[in-house]
Design a protein around this ligand. Structure first.
Ligand code: SAH
Length: 228
């Protein structure tokens, strides 16, 4: 039997993801409820658990995949975290990260001094993510909480490194050494690794200290590849 979640509102979509335990963390649930998928996807009904084309051979991931990324990263996000969203595409996760920083700041009663950098190599998708995020929450730009740049995300964003969190929304053919190099101590990278068409693995890298990084293979996934 196969089934998928289809709902009428963003809140209900996240409620259902909670019901089936794809979302367990309250801060992730809050961030996803506040980040209305209608701003990021062109589907007639955006409140379905499906990926969708956003043009330029790119895809907005299904909500359960976004939830999976956020659930695995939320514990390392702090009010002051610097986050790099590689292959930001629709901009959906970029906004969720900014909202998680905000929630962590509220929890600790400190200002949300962190910043999320979205990087995409497609000029069209850089434009799209900026437009989408502006429709959702223009303050993210006016308050300097999100910055979107065009560039080759395989090289990270050296001028803003080190990062406390790096998420890669497209698969790397090999171990993403440059992204690992730009991780702060205590920082975490989540990146799908493997060739398109082969089994790709979602891998997690935690920087333990200046020299050592712990690698954990999480699950099989299917992502578009990082391209030239
Ligand atoms: N997290 C995004 C995923 C978009 S699909 C979302 O859910 O909306 C993958 C994205 O990776 C595309 O936007 C594509 O343009 C981008 N991409 C591919 N190769 C890249 C590279 N070398 N550097 C930066 N972005 C890249």
């Amino acid at each position: 039997m196969s089934w998928s979640i289809v709902t009428d509102t963003n809140e209900d979509l996240v409620n259902q993801l909670q019901d089936c335990h794809a979302v367990e963390n309250e801060i992730v649930a809050k961030a996803m409820k506040e980040t209305d998928r209608k701003f990021y996807c062109k589907l007639k009904n955006p409140y379905v658990d499906q990926p969708d084309s956003i043009g330029e051979d790119a895809i907005i991931s299904a909500p359960h995949m976004h939830a999976y990324a956020l659930e695995n990263l939320v514990e390392v996000i702090k009010p002051f975290s610097k986050i790099l969203d590689v292959g930001c595409g629709s901009g959906y996760l970029t906004s969720c990260f900014a909202r998680i920083i905000e929630a962590k700041a509220q929890e600790k009663n400190v200002p949300p001094s962190g910043r999320v950098y979205g990087i995409d190599n497609s000029a069209e998708l850089v434009k799209l993510s900026i437009e989408n995020i502006k429709k959702d929450e223009p303050h993210f730009f006016t308050e300097g909480r999100i910055k979107i740049v065009q560039g080759d995300g395989r090289k990270g964003l050296m001028e803003c490194a080190p990062f406390d969190v790096i998420y890669c929304g497209a698969a790397s053919k090999e171990i993403p050494t440059e992204l690992i190099r730009q991780l702060n101590i205590g920082g975490r990278l989540l990146c799908p690794v493997g060739e398109k068409g082969n089994v790709q693995k979602m891998e997690q890298y935690d920087r333990l200290n200046y020299k050592d990084v712990a690698r954990k293979v999480l699950t099989n996934v299917m992502f578009v590849s990082l391209t030239d």
